[in-house]
Design a protein around this ligand. Structure first.
Ligand SMILES: [Mg+2]
Length: 364
């Protein structure tokens, strides 16, 4: 048992190796809020949440304000269990799911270290330890050669970012990539809500011959009707991402046959319990599950995704982490990716050793 004596809130911008081009956004630098929580017996926990107006409606400034408020509610409170953490964080404030997720992760990391166990031991039961991740193909000039190289390194899953050009180009890219990479890999395309309704219907009516394993979020997240129509037009599975922020969103997509699976992000669900409720719902309803973060997240988020991935009741569409696209990271022992799989550090909590000089260096 211990109390939380201090919670620091850091706003950082991490440099990327290359600018990431998606349908509607270009990301040059990655903006995250990092939480450092310290207990009265000087155990430290870390958490991260991307600041993303498009995903959660939260700006970095807004997250800081929300976190200051949540902090005032948590400082000096005694923490006896994971349930305490979840209750304190989730009931401190309405909404603000990204901010809450960073705070919850930092407190779970701290609690796990205090209990001398790993993060995944606190949030569930380990179901898998091999964690293949998806390589993103984002429109670089030599994307086919790069993808082939990644396949040869051991990557089993690839996601083509489409929606930045026209649909004929996108279909051609997908077809060429399937031919070049072969049938053994999981190949998917993600429009990040970038197609118009007309283009989405056209793309989905023509995509089956390409051999994609699934198509993600052709239209904006509110347009469930077009998602349903797209799904009816193709045998290729349909994934929702921008349309999913809650269990209710998942149930609506399922009911309307607007998605066969979905990409889930902790920052949208706000905490472990609501995320796992969503995964369990998908498992019960034969939906496919992917767990991901935001492009440009650091190893703090990657470690969190790794631990979640170990215990999620279903994960057939693999996980995404983003550390492979960063030009620098904020930990001394960056997570590594070997044979297309994320390698979690053994050790207590998240197993990470944060480099606080890097946090100062990249402070915004
Ligand atoms: Mg997506």
């Amino acid at each position: 048992m211990f109390k939380i004596k201090e919670i620091q809130i850091h706003n950082i911008g991490l440099p990327l190796q290359q600018t990431i081009h998606m349908s509607k956004v270009t990301i040059e630098k990655s903006n995250s809020i990092i939480i450092k929580a310290i207990s009265t017996n000087d155990v430290v926990g870390w958490g991260e949440a991307a600041a993303s107006l498009s995903m959660t409606g939260e700006s970095a400034i807004g997250m800081i304000k929300a976190l200051e408020y949540i902090r005032s509610d948590i400082i000096n409170r005694e923490i006896k269990s994971f349930d305490d953490i979840s209750t304190f964080v989730q009931t401190a404030i309405y909404g603000n799911y990204g901010a809450k997720s960073a705070m919850e992760v930092a407190l779970i990391d701290l609690f796990a270290k205090a209990q001398k166990v790993s993060f995944s031991d606190i949030i569930g039961t380990e179901l898998r330890n091999e964690l293949p991740i998806i390589w993103r193909i984002a429109g670089s000039e030599n994307e086919i050669e790069e993808a082939k190289q990644k396949r040869d390194e051991g990557f089993q899953a690839f996601k083509i970012k489409v929606g930045a050009k026209n649909i004929d180009d996108d279909l051609r890219r997908a077809e060429q990539l399937r031919k070049s990479l072969g049938d053994a890999v999981q190949l998917t395309a993600d429009a990040n809500a970038g197609y118009s309704r007309e283009d989405a219907l056209k793309f989905c009516s023509q995509v089956d011959h390409v051999g994609l394993d699934y198509m993600e979020q052709p239209v904006n997240g509110y347009d469930i009707e077009t998602m349903s129509k797209c799904n009816a037009l193709m045998h290729t599975a349909l994934s929702a991402d921008e349309g999913i922020h809650s269990l209710a969103d998942l149930a609506l997509h399922h009911e309307k046959k607007a998605a066969d699976g979905a990409s889930l992000k902790l920052i949208k669900f706000g905490g472990m319990k609501s995320l796992f409720n969503a995964v369990n719902y998908m498992n019960d309803n034969a939906m496919h599950v992917n767990i991901s973060g935001k492009a440009g997240d650091s190893s703090v988020s990657a470690a969190t995704i790794g631990h979640i991935s170990k215990v999620a009741s279903k994960l057939d569409w693999f996980s995404n982490v983003s550390i492979q696209y960063l030009a620098d990271d904020i930990i001394h022992n960056p997570m590594s990716i070997q044979d297309g799989k994320i390698i979690l550090k053994s050790g207590l909590g998240l197993g990470i050793d944060v480099d606080e000089e890097k946090i100062s260096q990249y402070a915004i």
